[in-house]
Ligand binder design. Structure first.
Ligand SMILES: NC(=O)c1ccc[n+]([C@@H]2O[C@H](COP(=O)([O-])OP(=O)(O)OC[C@H]3O[C@@H](n4cnc5c(N)ncnc54)[C@H](OP(=O)(O)O)[C@@H]3O)[C@@H](O)[C@H]2O)c1
Length: 288
């Protein structure tokens, strides 16, 4: 079964297009019109400013909240003038930090609940009991509906899930980064019924860095796009949709046309041979 792409907002603020409020409103509306209603954030996006930019739209349109789902993340302490007390980039999954970050996100979004909170990166000092307690409290208080992690190893997921259900795992997966196919993460998602979300689903740097691997992938994706009569982006996402873990791409474009392509990609059923053609373009060789 294929699930609608999640719309990533990392580049909507000052880390990218720097949309004004009207532009946020327009692109959110356009997404809703084609059935895309889940938006991915993190506390740190735009050096801690993008959540609030997005939240302005909710402030001015209270009925919008019921139509959308908000994912956000916490756990990274970023070095930025917007957080002058941070002396080094570090991770913090203490209950105090999670609570403070969630309360701030709620304020930023002008809402009283988050649909999903993800722990952004595995904190070497994380205490699973402490995380479980604070997540349970936040859920009981109605401030959080679902919980997940991002960029964890399978053993870190195994550890944490002994204490609190893990409902989502967001990791980098694309034709340029196929680790999750082999490191057990997607197997674990299937086994444990965890939603697998892929960030940078089009391939980190694919369009900007002219490496041999990227050129091979673009060449093959272009050939397939002619065969399937679609865009290259649709082929790259169809590669993820072919996997039985029901991977949900978290798309990062700032262009509505490319958001539409992502939605359209769900219609493509890439054949096994064509999946393996893209895999071979990624690795540089056929499978053994
Ligand atoms: N959990 C994590 O640790 C983590 C890490 C990174 C990101 N994320 C999430 O994942 C989302 C997606 O990440 P991403 O932005 O790296 O994903 P992506 O969708 O793979 O890449 C988007 C980038 O590719 C460009 N692009 C797309 N199609 C193109 C084309 N045909 N030609 C040239 N450029 C093209 C886009 O530019 P345009 O804007 O011009 O289309 C944009 O800069 C983020 O928004 C964020 O929500 C999560």
């Amino acid at each position: 079964m294929k699930h609608n792409p999640i719309v990533g907002c990392m580049r909507w603020g000052i880390w990218g297009e720097n949309f004004n409020s009207k532009q946020y409103e327009t692109i959110i509306d356009q997404c809703l019109n084609i059935g895309l209603s889940t938006f991915d954030h993190a506390d740190i996006y735009g050096h801690y400013t993008t959540e609030a930019d997005f939240g302005e739209v909710l402030k001015n349109n209270s009925s919008l909240r019921t139509k959308i789902k908000i994912i956000t993340k916490c756990g990274i302490n970023m070095l930025t003038p917007n957080r002058p007390t941070h002396e080094i980039k570090s991770y913090d999954t203490s209950s105090k930090h999670i609570r403070k970050s969630v309360e701030q996100s709620l304020k930023n979004f002008n809402t009283d609940y988050l649909d999903t909170l993800l722990i952004h990166r595995p904190d070497l000092l994380m205490n699973p009991v402490e995380i479980a307690e604070i997540i349970t409290d936040l859920k009981k208080e109605g401030k959080l509906k679902t919980f997940g992690v991002s960029n964890f190893t399978t053993s870190q997921v195994n550890l944490l899930k002994q204490y609190i259900p893990i409902e989502h795992h967001q990791v980098e997966i694309s034709v340029t980064n196929i680790s999750a196919f082999n490191d057990g993460i997607l197997d674990q998602c299937i086994l444990e019924k965890v939603e697998a979300q892929s960030w940078s689903p089009l391939g980190n740097g694919l369009f900007t860095e002219k490496t041999e691997q990227n050129l091979r992938i673009l060449f093959t994706a272009e050939e397939l796009s002619l065969k399937y009569n679609c865009s290259i982006n649709e082929i790259l996402l169809a590669f993820l949709y072919a996997h039985p873990a029901c991977i949900v791409p978290v798309i990062g474009t700032t262009k509505f046309e490319r958001i539409q392509q992502a939605k359209e990609s769900m219609k493509i059923d890439l054949s096994r041979e064509n999946f393996y053609k893209l895999l071979a373009a990624s690795t540089g060789h056929d499978v053994a």
